[in-house]
Design a protein around this ligand. Structure first.
Ligand SMILES: CC(=O)Nc1cc[nH]c(=O)n1
Length: 101
């Protein structure tokens, strides 16, 4: 089974179904719709759930909008700040939509 990591600060939102997408650089988006993926925390690799990938869609940082922010359980300003910190200067992102298993 493939694995994906999330920062620990996102764990509660994922488990509660409040965060249903993740925005990743290309090297971190090697998934396909239907993949079942093991999810662990980036900081300590502790497993916390499995997810199913619903879709992978290219998206540019420049066109991130309120719908993306809602799916991340953030404001758009928060989302842009977070993504800028994780991927400084990167415009070409991939939106990975997922559901909890
Ligand atoms: C570990 C890691 O890169 N986590 C990320 C990155 C972007 N979005 C997200 O939800 N989690």
């Amino acid at each position: 089974m493939k694995n994906i990591t999330f920062y620990g600060r996102f764990e509660a939102d994922i488990l509660a179904g409040r965060k249903t997408i993740t925005l990743r650089e290309a090297s971190d988006a090697d998934f396909a719709a239907g993949d079942q993926v093991r999810v662990s925390r980036y900081e300590d690799d502790v497993f916390f759930c499995n997810i199913e990938i619903i879709a992978i869609t290219p998206v540019q940082f420049a066109v991130l909008n309120d719908q993306h922010a809602i799916q991340e359980n953030m404001t758009l300003a928060e989302l842009k700040q977070v993504i800028s910190e994780i991927y400084p200067g990167l415009n070409e992102l991939f939106m990975i939509e997922f559901r909890l298993l």
